[in-house]
Write a protein that binds this ligand. Structure first.
Ligand code: NIG
Ligand code: FE
Length: 410
């Protein structure tokens, strides 16, 4: 099947196909004006200037006339919790009245509240509720997404979540990666030692045996899991081939960055309270630091210092963190705007953070995250826009006119 897109005012393309961009490189966004783009059997096969498109001889099964719109690579969202039950707007109001996220968690709300709700749903009900969000983010331009478990907090419910993630992967044309986050909180009715035992000796082996997760995550933060506990959990996951992606430095400087580096994590995420020493460590590591600007926006937390990190020579990614407690939004365009407005990233840097580097944070930058020959043809066509900078500037304006995933219009 061949797809041809014509009359593209500006194509955001990637001839160098670098696996990630670091420091100064993050400001580079290759573009081609007045372009066409072709995909064969789901992969980008060719792009070039409209002037060089042979007027005869190119046969396509589907042709999209971009009519002067732009074409950008689909967003990659490397950190979400979109499989959850119900919603938590009660806590939203509590927070407006003055309670902090950490206080709500200490009182037994927060993640445990979502675990109770999830326990009461059948697998089918959980799938139905979660698919609404999967389709929502797809409609907003996401083409590759990571989804975590972590609202089960007992073996049966964690497995239920991971099976739902697998079912979503089979139902949508987005690429879906699954992460086991049993260590999101200590489940109700367990002490910490009992829960650690359950994680290490029951949950991880079950998840591994059923091959339900590519990645393993731990909420390594004050009041949740310590760096020592995190290391033990990651080592248990590694025995089953699960690569780490870690939550760290959200509520306090947690020591999670060092654990992430020592264990070859794909990414270390949140980083609202990252220290200068940790920035130094990350600069020379393969771990992708991932900021979650929507979380800082929603919880009124400090923003992760991504500007400082890029200036220090780091690569950075951004993700939505879509979840019911700290970020009830999976809108990657809005995350890009927040990265510009609140973290002082330039539009090109924020777009790279949400595409190629975000794909790298999922180990997927060879196939996703940019429009390069041989990569998956995942992109969207915009309506005519004055410039690329307009995208984060118009921070609630929708810009998408067509979405193409795997070379097929959706
Ligand atoms: O990434 N910080 C930990 N986990 C989620 C929030 C989970 C929740 O509150 O439901 C996050 O922000
Ligand atoms: Fe998260």
């Amino acid at each position: 099947m061949r797809l041809l897109v014509t009359n593209i005012a500006t194509l955001v393309c990637d001839r160098l196909a670098r696996p990630r961009l670091q420091g100064r490189e993050m400001g580079e966004l290759e573009t081609l004006d007045d372009a066409y783009l072709m995909a064969d059997d789901g992969e980008v096969s060719e792009f070039g200037l409209m002037a060089d498109l042979p007027t005869e001889g190119i046969r396509a099964d589907v042709t999209i006339d971009a009519k002067g719109g732009m074409v950008l690579p689909s967003w990659c969202d490397p950190h979400t919790h979109i499989v959850y039950a119900g919603s938590r707007e009660g806590e939203f109001v509590d927070k407006i009245r003055g309670l902090s996220y950490a206080e709500i968690a200490r009182r037994g709300g927060g993640i445990l509240n979502s675990a109770d709700l999830l326990h009461s749903l059948t697998e089918d009900e959980l799938y139905e509720q979660s698919m609404v969000r999967a389709l929502e983010i797809m409609g907003k331009g996401t083409g590759c997404v990571e989804i975590k478990s972590g609202y089960g907090l007992n073996t049966a419910d964690e497995l239920k979540m991971l099976r739902v993630i697998r079912r979503i992967r089979e139902s949508v044309p987005m690429h879906v990666s699954a992460t086991f986050l049993g260590a999101h909180a200590v489940g109700r009715n367990y002490t910490k030692p009992q829960y650690m035992d359950l994680l290490l000796n029951e949950m991880i082996p079950e998840v591994g045996r059923e091959q339900l997760a590519e990645f393993i995550d731990v909420f390594c933060d004050e009041g949740f899991f310590t760096p020592e506990e995190t290391a033990r959990i990651l080592e248990a996951g590694a025995k089953w081939g699960m690569r780490p992606k870690i939550h760290a430095d959200e509520l306090a400087a947690s020591g999670g960055v060092k654990v992430a580096i020592d264990h070859g994590a794909l990414s270390v995420d949140h980083l609202e309270r990252i220290t200068d020493g940790e920035i130094d460590m990350l600069r020379n590591s393969a771990v992708m630091p991932t900021g979650l600007p929507g979380t800082s926006f929603f919880l009124n937390l400090p923003y992760a210092p991504l500007r400082k990190m890029i200036d220090a020579g780091c690569a950075v990614a951004i993700a939505s963190d879509y979840n019911p407690g700290s970020t009830p939004s999976g809108d990657m365009k809005f995350a890009v705007s927040l990265a510009c407005i609140k973290m002082r990233l330039l539009p090109a840097e924020a777009i790279n953070a949400a595409t190629i580097n975000a794909a790298c944070a999922m180990g997927q930058s060879g196939s996703f995250g940019s429009i390069a020959v041989g990569k998956r043809a995942n992109f969207y066509v915009t309506r005519p826009l004055p410039s690329i900078d307009f995208i984060p500037y118009a921070y609630t304006t929708s810009i998408i006119s067509r979405i193409v995933l795997n070379g097929q219009p959706v």
